[in-house]
Design a protein around this ligand. Structure first.
Ligand SMILES: [Mn+2]
Length: 356
């Protein structure tokens, strides 16, 4: 272990201790963001309902969270929303939805909740991260995804904005991002050192160029195979939290998982995270005590082949969120303070029956 790693571990331990009490009274706000215009498939707007139906609120309550479900936001479709540059689809509609969402996230964070946003497609992260940064400008981002979602409006081949949100957020990229209708309200809030990708395995050529040229840290599936998820998380925290403790924004695309685990999603890519790798990531993020907002996006109940596919994908989403918020595979020791003994367990009536 290097000196820096040792120091980081020490720092993280002290934060954990400081947050132990906070965990018991953890307040979590859930925002439903039923939005689909950042990509081509219908159905992803039903993601929030699918995740709620898989028992999200009950699960979070059962692990000790105080849950405030603010319900689903309403997103208007802007009329005559023409292509930008003959390529980028629904710019005004996506821009407006993200603005509405940013305001809500801002409000929820200001009120002191941990903010959970249920997507919806990944273009929404532009709104959640912007809104989060309006309250906590020093935040960092962990982006768990099969894709980097970092095309610019000038490099995208599909024109879908769910493949572009990161390019709008990075300060260093702004001379490459044209002003597009619907997005004038956005202030880029991140530097390239403030974001780490995990799970990548399907990158466009321009995205590869951007990651390399701007020296953005990413742990691809190959890298996870090479060094293991434990090292990946250690290095991630060393980069993002090693110098100072600050809020984490986790943007989790369900397609980071292998499609065998999360089949109901729009852009599945074979060779993704195992269940254990995904849950390890979220457990470690919880253990930092610094998670302030998380997005769970791209669950599309219309795309499962069977209802089992949809159930598997939605309950995986619930597991990810719960594990971000304290559900653990370790002994949690909740509720029970003492084991029952025969003396305390039997009521008098039973005792009498035993005598007979
Ligand atoms: Mn994504």
């Amino acid at each position: 272990m290097s000196l820096t790693t040792g120091f980081t571990t020490l720092l993280r331990r002290s934060v954990n201790t400081a947050n132990l009490r906070k965990k018991c009274t953890h307040s979590v706000a859930i925002i439903g963001a039923p939005f689909s215009k950042g990509q081509k498939w219908r159905g992803v707007e039903h993601g929030p309902a699918a995740i709620r139906n898989a028992g999200l609120v009950e699960r979070l309550s059962s692990i000790g969270c105080n849950v405030y479900d603010v319900g689903d936001l309403h997103f208007a479709q802007v009329p005559n929303d023409k292509l930008f540059n003959n390529t980028v689809k629904y710019p005004r509609t996506v821009g407006l939805a993200c603005q509405v969402l940013a305001d809500e996230v801002n409000r929820v964070i200001e009120a002191g909740h941990t903010c959970v946003t249920l997507g919806g497609d990944h273009s929404l992260a532009l709104g959640t991260i912007s809104g989060h940064a309006q309250q906590l400008s020093d935040l960092c981002v962990i982006w768990v995804d099969a894709h980097a979602d970092i095309n610019t409006p000038l490099t995208t081949s599909s024109g879908n904005l769910h493949g572009q949100p990161v390019s709008f957020l990075l300060k260093e990229l702004q001379d490459k991002v044209p002003p597009i209708p619907g997005f004038s309200w956005i202030k880029p809030s991140l530097s390239t050192l403030d974001i780490v990708y995990i799970g990548l395995r399907d990158l466009d050529p321009a995205e590869q160029f951007i990651l390399k040229k701007y020296n953005i840290t990413y742990y691809s599936m190959r890298q996870i195979d090479r060094i293991g998820i434990q090292k990946v998380m250690e290095r991630t925290f060393e980069q993002l939290l090693g110098r100072r403790q600050r809020a984490i924004h986790l943007s989790f695309d369900i397609d980071a998982f292998d499609p065998s685990l999360a089949p109901a999603t729009g852009t599945p890519v074979i060779g993704g995270l195992t269940y254990r790798e995904g849950i390890y990531i979220t457990e470690e993020i919880h253990n930092t005590g610094m998670l302030s907002a998380l997005d769970l996006v791209e669950v599309n109940p219309a795309l499962g082949v069977s209802s089992d596919d949809v159930k598997a994908t939605s309950s995986l989403a619930v597991d990810v969120i719960a594990s971000c918020l304290g559900q653990t595979r370790e002994c949690a020791q909740r509720g029970i303070v003492e084991l029952p003994t025969p003396a305390t367990a039997f009521v008098r009536e039973n005792e009498e029956q035993l005598r007979i």
